[in-house]
Design a protein around this ligand. Sequence first.
Ligand SMILES: Nc1ncnc2c1ncn2[C@@H]1O[C@H](COP(=O)(O)OP(=O)(O)OP(=O)(O)O)[C@@H](O)[C@H]1O
Ligand SMILES: [Mg+2]
Length: 312
Amino acid sequence: MDLHAHASSRGYELDSAQQEAVARLEELGRRRRGVYLHGPVGRGKSFLADALFDVLPEPKKRVHFHAFFQELHRRISARLHQRGAVAEAVRELVGRAEVLAFDELHVHDVGDAMLMTRLLEALQDRRVMIIATSNYPPDGLLPDPLHHDRFLPGIALVKELMDTVELNGPNDYRHLHGAPRSRFETGAIVTAAPLPATPVTLDVNGRAITALGTEDERIWFDFGDLCEKPTSTQDYLVLADRFDDWVIVGVPRLRARDREARQRFANVVDVLVDKDVRLTLVSEHALGEIVGGEVRDLARTASRLELINTTG
Ligand SMILES: Nc1ncnc2c1ncn2[C@@H]1O[C@H](COP(=O)(O)OP(=O)(O)OP(=O)(O)O)[C@@H](O)[C@H]1O
Ligand SMILES: [Mg+2]
């Protein structure tokens, strides 16, 4: 296994923090020991985790937090009141995989904390090697001080199943690169845009969601309809499969809105990045104003949105 050669084959010059991380990942990969790679945005965590995943032998599986969790929720609720429901759902989802790559492990509410703990237990039982990336060190997961204690068993499991590797080099590479690499990156933040004439009500997972309009694969939303109504990540996943060009109108200063609205917006952005959906934000505020302030959970969102912040 030559992780260094594989990582370098991208043509990137690895910085010293990345080189150090590669050496640790290589060793952990050889020992089939789980990895929890954490650090600030844009340092190359997903890049290195992918590289490690690539050089490990089959059977293996790569999943993404939101889609995987929603699917897990769905399969568990289909078996409500059955014994071993979580283990069975995990068995179905993970299959024969002996390596599970879990990009962006983060926990923001008590429900996710409970499910994450059960998931980790099930993966421990199945002796699956986990490769996780996160913006949070294990002790920083479920940061909300009101609920943090509820995830202490999960944090203990994270530490038991994975070795913690911090990646905190000098460069946020997301800021450094030039030409767009994805459809998401061709989006923009603008102060005005032409809007469709007639609002539509969409049936999404049996719920009515109002859009400002649709046109082929393009959809326009008002921020309030999308983020200040009880919409869920599952809804965004379904909508992102149907529409690959989103416009969100009236995006406010997020710090002035409640926690739920902020979290929904962060989830929307996560889902759209993952699904490579083009995103245009229409706002009277510049990006720094939209995501500014002491709102720690918005760091990842801010970094993602830098990619479409072509206006400055
Ligand atoms: N040494 C490097 N040279 C050039 N580009 C790099 C380098 N390392 C990573 N990149 C690129 O920089 C971008 C950001 O890296 P990556 O997505 O892995 O960051 P991350 O740490 O996972 O960020 P986040 O916490 O936001 O998920 C990617 O497009 C990646 O391919
Ligand atoms: Mg990442």
